[in-house]
Write a protein that binds this ligand. Sequence first.
Ligand SMILES: Cc1cc2nc3c(=O)[nH]c(=O)nc-3n(C[C@H](O)[C@H](O)[C@H](O)COP(=O)(O)OP(=O)(O)OC[C@H]3O[C@@H](n4cnc5c(N)ncnc54)[C@H](O)[C@@H]3O)c2cc1C
Length: 416
Amino acid sequence: MPMNVQPIATLDDRINQIRLSTAEIVNREILPNENRLWAFRRGGKFAEKDKQAARELREDIKAKVKQAGLWAPHLPEEYGGCDLSFLEHAYMNEVLAYSMGAASLFGVVAPNSGNQKILLKYGTEEQRQKWLVPLTEGKLESGFSMTEPNAAGSDPRAIQTTARKEGDEWVINGHKWFTSNGIRADFLIVMCRTEDPDGPAERNGKMTQIIVPTDTPGVDIVRAVEVWGQASDHCEIIYDNVRVPADNQLGQTGSGHAAAQDRLGAGRVYHCMNSIGQMWRAFDLMVERAASREVHGGLLETKQFIQGFIADSYIDIQSARLMTIHCAEKMDSGLDARTEISAIKIYVPQVYQQVVDRAIQVWGAAGVSGDLPLAGMYQGARTLRLADGPDEVHKILIAKNVLKTYHAGETWDFGH
Ligand SMILES: Cc1cc2nc3c(=O)[nH]c(=O)nc-3n(C[C@H](O)[C@H](O)[C@H](O)COP(=O)(O)OP(=O)(O)OC[C@H]3O[C@@H](n4cnc5c(N)ncnc54)[C@H](O)[C@@H]3O)c2cc1C
C-alpha cells in the first residue's frame, strides 16, 4: 500500500512540496520494488543477474531523485547536494523513512553522511576536495572510528587511543570497535586523544579527529563484529603506530569533542524523524493485517486486544512526532533545545520498539520473517537505545538541566 502524504496546512509551501515529491518517488519507484532492491543483502540463492538488475534499478531511481532536485539533502549545492534547511530535511526524513533503505537512494548513507557534514564544517578546502567530493560522488567510502572496547563509549572523554605529533606527522595508537562501514571504507575519521608538544598547553590532551586512509600501514581491521546474530560491517580495528600527515587533522587540535557533538545534535532530530516514518509504516502494516486476517470466526480488527494495539500505537506515534517537531522548531529558532533533544532521543526509540513489537504480534510468524521490514525495524529500534548516547546518559542530562533551573530559583517554563 502506498503511504498517504497530504499537505499540512501549518507548514510552509516548500516543506510541503518536498514532502510530496519525496512521497511520490518512494510510492512509485521504491515501495513496489522493495524486495528486488534489497533482497540480495539477506544472502541465500540470489543469482548474479538479479543482483545486477537490482543495481541498475537503484541507479535508475537515484537518477530520478537527482532530476527531482532531492539528492543529498544534507549538503550544499556546491558539494553536490540540494541544500535543504534543517526543518525541510527533518520533515523529508519522516516521509523517506517509510521505506527502510530509501535514504541511500537519496544520497544519505550513514556513516558517510555524518562524515560529509564534519568535512564540510571542519575540513580545509583541500581536505574537502580530496575526501568530501569523492565521497559525495560515490567514489570513496568512509567510517567514523570513535568507540573502543576497553573504554565506555558513554563517556567520550575516556577515549584511550592516542595521536602523538612527530615532526609533520601524527602517530596513532589505539583499539576501536563498532566502526560502521569499516570493511568498505577507504578512509576513517578517527577520534584520538592528542599529545601535541607544539600545541597550546590548554588544548593538550583533548580530543582531535584525524583522517586515516585504511591502506595506511598499521591499520589492522581485525574483524567485523557479528550483530544480532548476523554478519555486519561494524569493525574492530587496531591502530598500531599508524603515521599520517599532520595535515590530515580535522579542525583545530582539541576540537574533536565539539565536532562529535555537532555530528549528533541535528542528527538526533533526523534519526527521530526516521523512526517516526518507520513507525507509520509498521502502523499501516498492522492495521492492514488486522482488517484482513480472519481468526476464530472474525477479523482481527474486531478483537479488543488488537483494537488496543491500534489505539496505543496511534497515541505513541503522535506523541513521539509532536515531541520531535517541538524540539526541531525550538532548535530552528535558535533556542537551547538540549533537554528536548535528550528527551526525544530516549522516548522515540522506546515507542518505536513498542509499535513495531505490536505490528509483529499482529502479523504472527510473518512478522519476524524476511518478507516484511518489521524484524529489521525491531532490531534497529533496540539498537537506537544504545547508539548516540544510551537512554541513561540522556536521562541524567535531562535531570541535570531541570535541576539547574530550579536551583537558579526558577521553575520549568512549561510553554517551551
Ligand atoms: C549497530 C551499532 C553501530 C555503531 N556504529 C558506530 C560507529 O560507526 N562508530 C563509533 O565510534 N561507534 C559506533 N557504535 C558504538 C556506540 O556509539 C556505542 O555503543 C555507544 O556510544 C555506547 O557505548 P558502549 O557500547 O561502550 O557502552 P557503555 O558506555 O559501556 O555503556 C553501557 C551501558 O551502561 C549504562 N550507563 C552508561 N552510563 C551510565 C550512567 N552514567 N549511569 C547509569 N548507567 C549508565 C547504559 O545502560 C549503557 O547502555 C555503534 C554501536 C552499534 C550498536
